[in-house]
Design a protein around this ligand. Structure first.
Ligand SMILES: [Zn+2]
Length: 152
């Protein structure tokens, strides 16, 4: 099974090309997310120009991601009690969850997070129909929307 993704082509325009890529299977501790939308960010341009380091052709950018849970990999702990179809956002910070920074609620300082940022570093992102991400980066929409739902 394949899906469409906007993949990195090279460091000159056009930076992206739409390709059919194999639908990923979520690995251990990962969740497969069906993408609802991704933001296009100026950081994408920095990425394309190599400002964050070299980017391999075929890499899928997109680090502002919302979607729905599609599937669970083995050994997912699922502390949120997520079910297939639940709306989620995907954090571009993917901490390890165990270091001193994570333990103190400062996941943005986690050393592990610097090497895995969906759509920016190490992990394919959301300019695609699907992506797999470590479950620690998958946040239920209900936890985010508690600040916004009262306008509905
Ligand atoms: Zn950490």
């Amino acid at each position: 099974m394949t899906y469409e993704a906007a993949t990195f082509k090279g460091p000159s325009k056009p930076y992206l090309e739409i390709k059919d890529v194999p639908t990923p299977k979520p690995g251990p501790g990962e969740i497969l997310v069906k993408v609802a939308s991704t933001g296009i960010c100026h950081s994408d341009i920095h990425l394309f120009k190599g400002d964050f380091g070299p980017v391999m052709p075929g890499f899928i950018p997109g680090h502002e991601i919302s979607g729905w849970v599609e599937d669970f990999g083995p050994d997912v702990k699922n502390p949120w009690g997520l079910r297939k179809g639940d709306p989620v956002i995907v954090s571009w910070i993917v901490p390890d969850g165990i270091c001193k920074y994570c333990a103190s609620g400062k996941e943005n300082y986690c050393p592990a997070a610097a090497g895995r940022m969906p759509g920016l570093v190490g992990l394919n992102g959301g300019h695609a129909e699907y992506l797999t991400v470590p479950e620690i980066a998958v946040i239920p929409w209900r936890e985010v929307s508690m600040f916004t739902t009262h306008r509905q």
